[in-house]
Design a protein. Structure first.
Length: 589
């Protein structure tokens, strides 16, 4: 039984409430504030006074009102029914609250995260007499048409399975009984709870090796993120952070997507809510919502709940990771989460760090990103491996990357997609600057691409990056003396780099054909651009006319390649490659 400690409010300062008489409460206990039962969490203790961050609007609260501790830390409910759900920052189901309260949800409104009335068909995966341990899968539930929910023994529990049932159950019904080595019995339901600030345990963490294929050419080819890796997307307003997050949520090769809208504008979450049910998963043909969980804590919702929303999202992601799934987690944006930390730190009168952020900003960010990774899951099945890929958007004021949140994030994450307002202004999307972005997974992903896609993939990528860097140097010269003063070889570099930018790097998220590009098509698109450059270099060496080279019809075909359907890519590429070599031969002949 959890202990219930009662105190009373002595001070209210925005989302911060200070209550006396709480000496027996613990740090991070959940409390109910006033008779409205507003949810809060103890974040600091001084004697018998507890500092509480309240996850709802505190207007109208005053000294003397009661505060009751539930005696348990802030936790999430984990079980069948989460896929396709829309939660707020503390895992209240917004769709069910809207059905109960209407469009304007009153303070203190509550509904359990998992529907207590819905019935699920439970199929046992083990039998009575089996010895089980934490992490073992004891049964299966078809959560959606494409998602198999694996009901697991909670971490820390092991013993002999005494009974297990098959049939239709609610999430709180007992489906199995375990007897531990002390002959104590434990009833297991399909639902379990886990504190959000404590990472779920695993057997061991592994180094990421293969890429998370996203279908975005700039990312997959030039700045890949490994499955189980971490990435940051910093950029100024209007540079396309949210669109990139949406694209990754839609198309990344992950089994489960957890999308956290943390402090961003409400219309952006509305776009997600309207688009995702309409979009078809490229692998299954079903709605994307059949493998997506949304956490909406927009800018007009309570500030303190932003801080909790990040932890709520990563804990849900860890739960599906423990089943052996690949999970992709999008946080949009960690800057708004950091602003919530700054506000609470200021109200607690803590010594401010740089730009008013708390001194512990870096360690809090690190503890969040550290929960990503590839892990060997708990349980008897030592082959079960799960992963969380964490991708966080950063919104520094004015795009200033010296901002403390951006700098702390860059020190922690392994991939940096630098969004450039100049590229966005030119309508080049995704506006990822290829000269300032980087991926520390590049060597591992190059080896994977060479093995699984094409043996010369990494060579082509390196040649293309060299070409883009040389173009940047040549542009300085062009600005001084003009393009006509360049040699034909340098003019060819500029034209080929322009083809790379416009025909390969530029990708239209709102075009049905161009929004997603398979890794095979990416390779062949890049190969055709680079083949033209290499063959044109040879032709120039043999005395070919530069203007005639630039007027070859094959250049139009290269530009149209992105519009070729996936099932025609191989044949189209082979025919255009042969045609390109013939045209170059005729020009030199």
């Amino acid at each position: 039984m959890s202990k219930r400690i009662q105190g009373e409010i002595v001070k209210v300062s925005g989302p911060l409430v200070i209550a006396s008489g709480m000496r027996d409460a613990d740090m991070f206990d959940v409390v109910e504030v006033s008779d409205k039962k507003l949810i809060g969490e103890i974040i600091e203790m001084h004697g018998d006074e507890a500092s509480i961050q309240v996850y709802e609007e505190t207007a109208g609260l005053g000294p003397g009102e009661e505060v009751v501790s539930r005696g348990t830390p802030l936790s999430v409910e984990l079980g069948p029914g989460m896929i396709g759900s829309i939660y707020d920052g503390i895992q209240r189901p917004l769709d069910r609250l809207a059905a109960m309260e209407g469009d304007y949800i009153t303070r203190g409104a509550f509904a359990p995260a998992l529907d207590r009335d819905k019935v699920w068909a439970f199929k046992p995966a083990v039998k009575p007499g089996d010895v089980v341990q934490g992490g073992d899968v004891i049964g299966i539930v078809d959560e959606t048409e494409i998602m198999e929910h694996r009901v697991m023994v909670p971490p820390g529990l092991s013993g002999t399975l005494k009974e297990i049932y098959e049939g239709d159950f609610k999430v709180t019904d007992t489906v199995a009984i375990i007897e531990d080595d002390k002959e104590k019995t434990h009833e297991l339901a399909m639902m379990q709870r886990w504190p959000v600030r404590i990472g779920r345990p695993y057997r061991e963490k592994r180094a990421p090796s293969g890429p998370l294929i996203t279908g975005q050419r700039t990312i997959d080819t030039f700045f890949p993120v490994a499955k189980g890796g971490t990435a940051a997307v910093p950029g100024p307003f209007g540079s396309g952070k949210t669109v990139i997050q949406h694209q990754l949520a839609k198309w990344a090769e992950a089994d489960i997507v957890v999308y956290i809208g943390c402090g961003e504008r409400g219309n952006e979450m509305t776009d997600v809510l309207m688009e995702f049910p309409q979009l078809k998963d490229p692998k299954s043909g079903q709605s994307l919502m059949k493998r997506t969980i949304l956490i909406a804590n927009t800018s007009d919702m309570p500030v303190a709940a932003r801080e909790a929303s990040i932890y709520t999202g990563i804990t849900i992601a860890e739960y599906y990771r423990d089943m052996g799934y690949s999970v992709s987690l999008m946080a949009d944006s960690t800057s708004r989460w950091a602003e919530a930390l700054r506000e609470m730190s200021g109200r607690l009168e803590e010594m401010p760090g740089e730009e008013g952020y708390p001194a512990y900003l870096g360690s809090r960010l690190a503890s969040f990103y550290e929960r990503a990774g590839v892990v060997s899951c708990l349980g008897s099945d030592k082959e079960r491996v799960g992963s969380i890929t964490a991708i966080g958007a950063v919104s520094p004021p004015g795009g200033d990357l010296s901002d403390p949140v951006a700098q702390s994030t860059l020190r922690i994450t392994q991939v940096f997609w630098s969004l450039d307002s100049a590229l966005a202004y030119k309508r080049h999307f995704p506006a990822i600057n290829w000269l300032t972005s980087y991926s520390l997974y590049q060597d591992k992903v190059d080896a994977w691409m060479d093995r699984h896609v094409a043996s010369d993939f990494s060579r082509l990528r390196q040649d293309a990056m060299t070409l883009l860097q040389e173009e940047s140097e040549l542009e300085e010269i062009v600005r001084l003396i003009g393009q006509d003063a360049l040699s034909n070889a340098d003019r060819l570099k500029l034209e080929s780099a322009r083809s790379l930018r416009e025909d390969f790097l530029h990708q239209n998220s709102f075009d049905d054909m161009d929004t997603y590009t398979s890794i095979n098509k990416q390779y062949k698109m890049l190969a055709l651009v680079m083949l033209f450059y290499e063959e044109a270099q040879k032709a120039l060496d043999k005395g070919a006319n530069f203007d005639r080279l630039m007027a070859l019809p094959i250049r139009e075909d290269i530009a149209r390649f992105k519009m070729v359907p996936e099932d025609e890519v191989d044949e189209w590429y082979a025919s255009r490659r042969d045609e390109l070599i013939k045209e170059m031969g005729r020009l030199c002949g």
